[in-house]
Every structure is written in C-alpha cells, then in structure tokens.
Design a protein around this ligand. Structure first.
Ligand SMILES: [Zn+2]
Length: 72
C-alpha cells in the first residue's frame, strides 16, 4: 500500500475513527486519487501536522511521534 493511502486510511480525526470502529476487521476501504492527494499541510503547535486532502477532508491531526513510529 502506498504511504499516502495508508495515511488517509488511518486518518485520526473523530469521524474517521468512528467510521473504522464500525467496520469489520476484514473491511478494505477504497481510496480515490483525491482522497490520497495532499493539498496542504499545516503545523499544529510543535507536536503535529494537519493534512488537508484533495477531497476537502482536513480534520485529522497527525502527531510527529506516531508518524515517526509509522503508526498511521
Ligand atoms: Zn478523518
């Protein structure tokens, strides 16, 4: 899997977290090109970045710590 698709699939925002929670473990999401295209990145404090995706989604806050550990 491409890294950006993986990042998007594991978006840490509340909406995506909730959506994943309600799916069976075998569920494989289809991710469109726009959903895995980064439009903008904003730094959040000194601990994270906010990624704005091509489809307009942008509420996920990715911490540097988890990014470094490959946890998204
Ligand atoms: Zn999200």
């Amino acid at each position: 899997m491409l890294l950006l698709a993986k990042l998007r699939k594991n978006c840490p925002c509340a909406v995506c977290l909730n959506e994943r929670k309600n799916k069976p473990e075998t569920y494989i999401p289809l991710i469109s090109a726009a959903q895995q295209t980064i439009r903008k990145i904003e730094v959040v404090g000194s601990y994270a970045i906010k990624i704005f995706w091509g489809d307009g989604h942008g509420s996920g806050i990715y911490t540097f710590e988890k990014l470094k550990e490959g946890k998204y």
